[in-house]
Design a protein around this ligand. Structure first.
Ligand code: GLC
Length: 750
């Protein structure tokens, strides 16, 4: 047990000892200093289950040698549950397993935004939307840290691709950072106190995240008040001195000579010793976290993993209510994934599961006569076409009432360290589906994929499509229960499913090249792009069917403060079986002064209801819900005027709407000589200006004859008028501004 000591003046730590603390003891431990009574603590991956490398695999890259642990649904699944309470339970469960294994920090959650469906680690991330990502990430941190084990919110920031991930510079404007790529981190830090934040590999606008002073100090600490420790991603530090000066506290894994560099920099006056003291103190605080220990009930953990999987699958299509299946039907189960489930992604998050439930066995266990459930592999996991397997599957299908086809992406297709290059299912699987559709018209497709696949080319061949994403070790059991209606699907898409790759927002820019990736689509990520352009998608953000149906009514929006509202509405289960509905609340700006997405998710809730039951939901919208980041003012800004509150079952199935009036941001900068005539004339102060311009005889020159302002002068800053009106002097412009300021109502409207 290490007493928390103050590195700055504690038990006389030497400069070399303090420097050594800011570098790991090995790939998975902080540095111990036994002579100073400082012990090491262990950290381990990962976001959907513990990956604690065993002694033989202590190096950072021995990814497959780890202790057994419960493999929960990766974030791509959990994010589709939209159930923050459930995600919190999963965080807590992973914390329990970490504590029992003596691990003090779990390296998760991963809260990067799914900028492109090609992202190789999209399976590890929750959503394309920052609010859903932030709420899910906060729930995970809350649960994990409730066990005493610390979290590591990663990868800070703008780590949205695997291509050239350790060198590429994400070139992104501040408004896009503020509105899309930082909010999830901001939300988590403002609601939870995560033990650590992990600095990403990539650069942001040319500077490595591990030494990005604006990110690690100005934003993370000075703006957001983060008190915890900043750890590098593994091998992300390029310049140890610059990293520590920028706000990094701990370099992992240790780099030979790293501490000596730091000590020399301090001794040489290149690095302030106070910066080293602060970093060492944070490492000591982390090392002082009490060891938790405890026992784990792995049956209960598996049961929770199954519950999480049940809520993560998304029913995309269900024509003629072909689902749920009748347990006595003759079934053909086709597809190797039914027997060899695809349930997680590759790389550092990979968990060695305690057990794995495959769908085929689970289906056979659920039906009265397993003999009526036949199986054909249909394809091999290596993607090599095999006509024999197809013929065998087609023959089987001919004898079945319903054909269940398990398709998806083979594990090598999506992993840390690589991005995908196309969105289609493997050709051999598509050929299998075509062959089956030639002989059968009751086909149910079950998908296993960490990131979107195109469905448009083949969805007409499937009566139903269940998007299973990746569901963890219990996914096979969950799929079987959902197919037979023992559980009702309740997941909804946390990532839009595009019709084609070229329709995707980042298509022209992803993954960049030559050391740079330009975020040219800006804030228009996911549904913000598709919905603003009114572009067709295969299935929209927030979409998901149920075996029951839900009605919405009684929308009421009540002002509860400046630019803040309480929104209530009633959801009713209008079907014949219990189910859970995810109601989404979007804000649509009306006549915005700056380009903005047509609408944005600003709240949501998930409600379970018995048939015929209703529930009135109340959600609150604070000022930030209506704000955008003003590039001109470098601050969050609310435009005075109207906004529409939308309640929907998906981003494209809006059920209730109401317009509200916004007061605008009180702290808007007053009008100045740099404000345009149009901005002036839109305010009471502008009337005085109009009168002054007319009195000075310039009205005609500005085309103000009928009191209307033509576009050109309207777009001209007042100060520039002197260039267009020979009779106008600069000091007269200042006089206009002073006179208008006297009205004291010269608030600027964007
Ligand atoms: C990896 C990942 C990070 C992981 C770390 C330790 O490269 O980027 O998510 O936690 O290294 O394995």
């Amino acid at each position: 047990m290490t007493e928390a000591v103050d590195a700055a003046g504690g038990p006389g730590l030497t400069l070399a000892q303090k420097a050594s603390l800011t570098s790991g003891g090995d790939a998975w431990h902080t540095r111990a200093i036994p002579t100073a009574g400082i012990s090491a603590v262990m950290v381990a991956d990962g976001p959907h289950g513990l990956r604690k490398q065993t002694a033989t695999g202590a190096d950072a890259l021995a990814l497959s040698v780890s202790t057994r642990a419960t493999c929960f649904p990766p974030a791509t699944g959990l994010g589709s549950s939209w159930n923050t309470g459930l995600i919190e339970q999963v965080g807590r469960a992973i914390g329990r397993e970490a504590a029992a294994e003596g691990v003090s920090v779990v390296l998760g959650p991963a809260v990067n935004i799914k900028r492109s469906p090609l992202g190789g680690r999209n399976f590890e991330y929750f959503s394309e939307d920052p609010l859903l990502t932030g709420w899910a990430g906060a729930a995970f941190v809350r649960g994990l840290q409730s066990t005493g084990v610390g979290a590591s919110v990663k990868h800070f920031a703008v780590n949205n691709q695997e291509t050239d991930r350790m060198r590429v510079s994400a070139d992104v404007d501040e408004r896009t950072l503020r509105e899309i790529y930082l909010p999830a981190f901001e939300h988590i830090l403002s609601t939870e106190q995560p033990a650590t934040v992990m600095a990403a590999y990539n650069k942001v606008n040319g500077v490595h995240c591990s030494q990005h002073h604006w990110l690690l100090t100005e934003v993370l600490r000075e703006e957001w008040g983060f008190q915890g420790l900043v750890v590098s991603d593994w091998g992300a530090v390029v310049d140890g001195v610059a990293a520590l000066a920028a706000g990094l506290d701990l370099e992992m894994p240790p780099r030979l000579g790293g501490p000596a560099e730091l000590a020399a920099a301090v001794a040489g006056g290149e690095l302030a010793e106070s910066a080293l003291d602060a970093a060492a103190a944070r490492v000591l605080a982390l090392a002082a976290r009490p060891a938790v220990g405890g026992r784990v009930d792995f049956d209960a953990q598996h049961e929770l993993a199954c519950q999480a999987a049940l809520e993560s699958a998304v029913l995309l299509k269900n024509d003629d209510a072909v689902l749920p299946l009748a347990a006595g039907d003759q079934l053909a189960v086709v597809g190797e994934f039914a027997r060899s489930p695809r349930y997680q992604g590759g790389g550092s998050s990979h968990v060695l599961p305690t057990r794995v439930a495959d769908a085929l066995s689970a289906i056979r266990a659920l039906v009265p006569d397993p003999g009526r459930v036949s199986f054909a592999a249909g394809f091999t996991l290596d993607g090599q076409p095999d006509p024999r397997l197809v013929a065998e599957a087609v023959a089987l299908a001919g004898r079945a009432r319903t054909v269940l086809v398990f398709l998806g992406l083979p594990e090598p297709a999506e992993s840390e360290g690589l991005d995908r290059t196309q969105l289609d299912l493997p050709a051999d699987q598509l050929a299998l589906l075509d062959a089956l559709a030639e002989v059968h018209d009751r086909i149910v497709v079950v998908l296993s994929n960490g990131s979107p696949v195109t469905t448009a080319p083949w969805q007409h061949r499937a009566a139903a499509i269940l998007e299973g994403w990746l569901l963890g070790q219990a996914g096979g059991s969950a799929i079987a229960q959902l197919l037979f209606g023992l559980a009702n699907p309740s997941g909804k898409l946390a990532e839009s499913l595009p019709v084609r790759l070229r329709d995707t927002p980042a298509y022209l820019h992803f993954p960049g090249g030559d050391g740079h990736v330009r975020y040219g689509e800006g804030i228009y990520v996911g549904y913000r792009y598709y919905d603003t352009l009114e572009m067709p998608v295969a299935y929209p953000f927030g979409h998901g069917l149920s075996y029951t149906s839900f009605g919405y009514d009684g929308l009421r929006c009540r002002r509860i403060g400046v630019n803040a509202f309480e929104v209530s509405f009633t959801i009713t289960n209008t079907g014949r079986r219990s189910g859970a509905e995810i109601a989404q609340l979007y804000i649509r700006p009306i006549d915005p002064g700056l380009d903005r997405p047509v609408h944005e998710l600003k709240s949501f809730t998930k409600v379970s209801l018995a048939p015929g039951a209703s529930s009135t939901v109340t959600l609150t919208l604070d000022e930030r819900a209506f704000a955008y980041w003003s590039p001109g003012r470098s601050c969050w800004t609310v435009d005075a005027g109207a906004a529409e509150i939308q309640v929907g079952a998906s981003s494209r199935d809006l059920r209730l709407r109401e317009r509200v009036r916004l007061d605008g941001s009180p702290e808007r900068s007053p009008l100045t000589a740099d404000s345009t005539l149009g901005e002036w004339f839109g305010t009471p102060a502008g009337e005085r200006l109009h009168a002054a311009i007319t009195a000075a005889g310039h009205a005609d020159a500005l085309g103000l004859a009928d009191g209307k302002l033509p576009p050109m002068p309207a777009a001209t800053p007042l100060s520039r008028l002197v260039s267009f009106l020979p009779g106008l002097a600069a000091d007269q412009v200042e006089e206009f501004v002073r006179a208008a300021r006297d009205t004291r109502t010269g608030h600027h409207r964007s």
